[in-house]
Write a protein that binds this ligand. Structure first.
Ligand code: UT7
Length: 332
């Protein structure tokens, strides 16, 4: 269905820290090995943001600055900036406020959106509403996470999958038949016991006890999350395809959250999509939570052509999950 005003992604920027945490280095930290990590997850290395006082905003600011440069956008023209993250610089103010101010988005209002690994899908859908309604013309959507700040590097089942990174896109209105077409978004809070950070919130504020019990780290029951992820990410992707009468032949690429190569393969399989239509960079960056999808756009920007049908899909903490159908809007 073509809407009167469509919101389209008109550019992408990203930032990855220089430090590479390889499987070989992880072997020196926890009882694991390269073969196990690679065969179970598809990951070889992840990037880590090092240095004192370096929060998620540091990466996000660099990603947005690159985006503004590439799209020749004056930051004073930005109407709204949304930052999807579960690792904000601080609980408040919002990391989005810090980013907007640092990049010179003087006119924009800005806020954080927390939906874990589905954060970018939620934020993209939210941002696009402001464009489609005719209210705004330039919306920046950021997905950024410094997962290394909440990862327990004594927990071998969790520490091997996560990395740090940031990606950002610019949404603008278009009258052409491109842009964000449809979204299937879901959440189920009963999944919170399988993937969560026990302390640091209002229910269990920080104390000596919570620190000693290592409760300020992400806890994940990997096998349970894996099962839900495989089923629900695939279901959402198939639902958005069926709703828009799309078959596998109509789709140029699946752009899926990079949590585990096996989950992505299972999703592609449910969609009857061959693996050469699946964008993948998990091997190099691991799971960067809200940043995985914009990082895929950034990495494969040259392969994306105007008019390409893309299916985005994600699953993560909450549980949150969903899929988006969009038509890519430009050739780079
Ligand atoms: O992005 C947000 C959503 N998150 C996800 O989608 C992640 C979903 N889950 C996963 O990707 C996988 O569950 C993991 C990669 C996290 C773990 O893989 P798994 O195949 O589910 O492993 P498991 O936790 O069931 O553990 C299997 C075995 C266990 O040994 P025993 O009990 O069978 O002897 C673990 O102790 O593998 C062992 N194990 C490891 N061995 C070597 C767990 N982690 C490691 C490790 N190295 N790093």
């Amino acid at each position: 269905m073509k809407k009167p005003i469509q919101a389209a992604i008109m550019g992408v920027g990203a930032y990855l820290p220089d430090y590479r945490l390889t499987n070989a280095e992880l072997e020196t930290i926890v009882e694991t090995n390269d073969e196990w990590i690679y065969t179970r997850t598809g990951i070889k290395e992840r990037r880590i943001l090092k240095g004192e006082g370096q929060g998620t905003s540091v990466m996000a600011i660099k990603a947005v600055q690159e985006l503004l440069k590439k799209t020749n956008t004056d930051p004073a023209d930005i109407d709204l900036l949304i930052c999807a993250t579960v690792t904000p610089d601080m609980v408040f103010p919002a990391t989005a406020n810090i980013i907007a101010s640092e990049i010179g988005a003087t006119k924009a209002f800005s806020y954080d959106l927390m939906a874990a690994c589905s954060g970018f899908l939620y934020a993209l859908t939210t941002g696009s509403q402001f464009i489609e309604s005719g209210m705004y013309k330039k919306v920046v959507v950021v997905g950024a996470d410094k997962m290394s700040s909440i990862i327990d590097y004594t927990d071998r089942a969790t520490c091997i999958i996560f990395g740090d990174g940031a990606g950002a896109v610019l949404l603008e209105p278009t009258a052409e038949d491109v842009g964000i077409k449809d979204a299937v978004l879901r959440s189920d809070g009963s999944g919170s016991k399988f993937l969560y950070m026990p302390a640091g919130g209002s229910r269990r504020p920080p104390s000596v006890e919570t620190v000693l019990a290592r409760e300020h780290f992400a806890k994940q029951e990997g096998a349970a999350v894996f099962k839900f992820a495989v089923t629900n990410m695939a279901k959402a992707a198939v639902e958005v395809m069926e709703r828009n009468q799309l078959s596998a032949e109509d789709i140029a690429f699946l752009v899926a959250h990079q949590a585990n190569k096996r989950i992505i393969e299972a999703t592609a399989n449910s969609m009857n999509l061959p693996m050469d239509k699946v964008l993948m960079n998990i091997e190099r960056y691991g799971n960067t939570t809200a940043a995985t999808i914009p990082l895929l756009f950034w990495d494969f920007e040259k392969d994306l052509k105007k008019g390409d049908n893309l299916i985005l899909a994600a699953f993560g903490g909450g549980f949150t999950w969903g899929s988006i159908y969009l038509k890519w809007a430009y050739n780079s």
